[in-house]
Design a protein around this ligand. Structure first.
Ligand code: MN
Length: 303
């Protein structure tokens, strides 16, 4: 059955319902179903938006009925660590700092009167694979990095987080923890010493989220940044050493995570990011995949 890949939902249950109806899915139990297709959710179901419980009810019902597949997003991963006590009983694997709390606050508030339901969804999050591959595509929340995925496959025979969650995930000190971080949160390039830029929120940045599908050799930092840089860096040639990137002959890869703006488009014939910031007044986006050799921009659907 062909797949419809669906980007980051972040608690926007109305947009999800609208998109599924637009794609000709029909109500089925707590979820939706298409007679001849399946949905594929690339993660980030919760946080920020008004109805994470509603999104989880739909997505989980669809995954459990076989109407959809899903991979884990960094927000589900962060939630698992946020709610997992450290082994010494002193705090949690993800500290309850003001920043971490703010990121998760909408979800906590929406589940305030039903903690058992949230605990049940946290257990369900742990059944989600961290990455997924078939003969003609790959799907992951943020970055398909073969070295990291290889490292995870060695340790995770079923592609899921170990049970119990290993305390090493609290920090990025082991290759295993760094591999999960790269796959769910994406890579960054450090800027050369003395250089920085202001991001869209006005924060000064010393690193940029790089286009991991782009050959960095001979490119400028502006070329390599997912979100642009200032004028100073647009023309500065990349001088880093890591020249690993996702090549033009690799399988199609579908992912989310990057808070893109504007009209949905493809990064390349085999690289499709589906996150168009529905939780920041953007759109919820799908790609209707039918096995084509080169992805086509007219197969993107947005609501
Ligand atoms: Mn996201």
């Amino acid at each position: 059955m062909p797949y419809d890949f669906i980007g980051d939902i972040h608690g926007h249950a109305d947009a999800l319902e609208q998109l599924l109806r637009r794609l000709d899915y029909r109500p089925d139990g707590d979820g939706y179903r298409h007679p001849a297709r399946r949905a594929f959710f690339v993660g980030d179901f919760i946080d920020r938006g008004p109805d994470s419980p509603g999104v989880l009810r739909t997505v989980r019902a669809m995954v459990e009925s076989g109407a959809a597949r899903a991979v884990m997003g960094n927000h589900e991963y962060n939630a698992i660590l946020y709610h997992t006590p450290r082994p010494d009983g002193n705090g949690y694997l993800r500290p309850h700092s003001a920043k971490n709390h703010a990121q998760h606050a909408a979800t906590l508030e929406q589940f305030r009167d039903r903690p058992a339901e949230l605990a049940d969804y946290l257990r369900w999050f742990r059944t989600l694979p961290l990455y997924y591959e078939e003969t003609d595509f790959r799907a992951v929340h943020a970055c398909w990095h073969p070295l990291s995925i290889g490292r995870l496959r060695e340790r995770l025979p079923d592609d899921r987080l170990p049970d119990p969650v290993p305390p090493e995930l609290e920090a990025l000190e082991t290759p295993f923890a760094r591999a999960i971080d790269r796959v769910l949160k994406g890579p960054e390039f450090d800027l050369p010493h003395g250089h920085s830029f202001l991001d869209k929120d006005g924060h000064r940045r010393l690193a940029l989220r790089n286009k991991w599908w782009r050959d960095p050799r001979g490119a400028t930092y502006g070329d390599l940044s997912v979100h642009g840089t200032g004028p100073e860096l647009e023309s500065l040639l990349y001088t880093g050493e890591d020249t690993d990137y996702y090549g033009v002959t690799e399988k199609h890869v579908f992912f989310g995570h990057y808070w893109l703006r504007g009209t949905p488009t493809l990064f390349r014939h085999n690289v499709c990011c589906l996150d168009y910031s529905v939780a920041r007044d953007g759109q919820l986006v799908a790609y209707r995949f039918d096995g084509e050799k080169e992805l086509e921009v007219n197969k993107l659907v947005a609501v």
